[in-house]
Ligand binder design. Structure first.
Ligand SMILES: *Cc1c(COP(=O)(O)O)cnc(C)c1O
Length: 377
């Protein structure tokens, strides 16, 4: 078996020192040791989200964090505006449906970002919208939305903006306070160099005001319970303390590299990957491509499943399929977290070799050469 190289847009590769940190003996969570970990991690989460707001760490994947946020920001008698152009934003619409949260939908084209002007129009037309729900980087279509521009409109209309930042925080520029975003969520297994299992919710005072105005129909991921415990650097229920221990280490690595440097690295990898795709005779799916993950259309005549299987069995390179209606039609390669130039060069090499054996015409070295040039080499 070749060495596994995980290029899926979550989970992503985890550095050895973080894996080893998690292999250490279990600590109890009602201890000063745990409080110190959570305090340190929480302060660094504020750096990660670029906020002075409250950063809650909950047990569960990103969906748990999003569910906790969505049910908490739309009081009875008010509505949500869900902007969707991909599977993840559609999930947040489905959360509204399941919790019987009144909502209006703004559906935009797959591969595009949400149009801020359209959001403004809807806000003007519809009364009683308490919160706009958006996805910053829509991982299913690999497209990015201008959430800073959307925030200008939500501010002007006195409603909240929630952004799903699961594949943006820690890889794409994101400035919660400066941009005026009220509640943002992310998860551990995408850009943060951690295994799955933690969700994060960053909340500002505007959002707390709404959250405190009613009792949301949720128990386990109740944001108020997490805020109350956090006052003592504690958690309301038994936390995944092994992951919190690792989080502390991951965030300090992120801080050491510096967010600006991470954003630049991610953007470089994405740009070079897009030019490699073009050089291999392939096209990128998104018209507004995100830099955190690149979605490449599977060329005519190539079986997506066979192509991905060959990359994995021959080279250990694991890419993700498309999701939903895009299944079988594209491959997605992540640029998030613990991944560098040579890792990605290897993945492009594997793509190029297997494309050829799957019958697609491309020169050996076409993609890898374009990738290296794209890096600025
Ligand atoms: C991965 C992802 C999710 C879902 O998160 P889980 O951790 O699988 O619950 C939601 N939104 C986006 C944009 C994602 O990339």
């Amino acid at each position: 078996m070749p060495k596994l190289r995980l290029f899926t847009p979550g989970p992503t590769m985890v550095p050895d020192e973080i894996l080893l940190e998690m292999a250490r003996p279990i600590e109890h969570h009602r201890t000063q040791t745990y409080r110190d970990w959570l305090k340190e991690a929480t302060e660094n989460l504020q750096y990660l989200f670029q906020t002075k707001g409250t950063c809650l760490t909950i047990t569960g994947s990103g969906t748990a964090a999003a569910e906790g946020a969505i049910v908490s920001i739309v009081p009875p008698g008010k509505k949500a505006l869900v902007c969707h152009g991909g599977k993840f934003a559609e999930r947040w619409r489905d959360v509204c449906k399941r919790f019987k949260i009144e909502h209006v939908e703004y559906e935009y084209e797959y591969g595009r970002g949400a149009d801020p002007a359209r959001v403004a129009e809807i806000l003007k037309k519809e009364a009683n919208i308490a919160a706009v729900i958006t996805v910053h980087s829509e991982t299913s279509t690999c497209a990015v939305s201008d959430v800073a521009a959307i925030a200008k409109h939500t501010r002007a209309h006195d409603c909240l903006l929630m952004t799903d930042c699961i594949t943006s925080v820690g890889c794409l520029p994101f400035k919660m306070d400066e941009w005026g975003i009220d509640i943002a969520i992310t998860g551990s297994q995408k850009a943060l160099m951690l295994p799955p299992g933690l969700g994060f919710v960053a909340v500002n005072d505007r959002a707390w005001k709404v959250i405190d105005s009613f009792d949301a129909p949720i128990f386990y991921n109740n944001l108020k319970a997490f805020r109350k415990s956090l006052a003592d650097w504690d958690a309301p229920w038994t936390p995944a303390n092994t992951l919190v221990r690792a989080l502390r280490m991951a965030l300090s690595m992120i801080k050491k590299e510096g967010l600006e440097n991470i954003w630049a690295r991610t953007a470089r990898l994405a740009k070079a990957t897009r030019s490699a795709a073009q050089a291999m005779g392939l096209t990128v799916f998104a018209k507004d491509p995100a830099d955190s993950v690149t979605g490449i259309n599977t060329p005519a005549g190539v079986d997506n499943d066979k192509w991905r299987k060959e990359m994995k069995s021959k080279f250990g390179v694991q890419l993700a399929d498309g999701q939903g209606q895009l299944a079988g039609k594209m491959v997605r390669i992540s640029h998030m977290g613990w991944v560098d130039d040579l890792d990605t060069l290897g993945a492009i090499g594997a793509m190029e070799m297997t494309l050829r054996s799957q019958g697609h015409k491309c020169e050996v070295g076409a993609g890898t050469t374009a990738f290296l040039k794209g890096l600025g080499g």
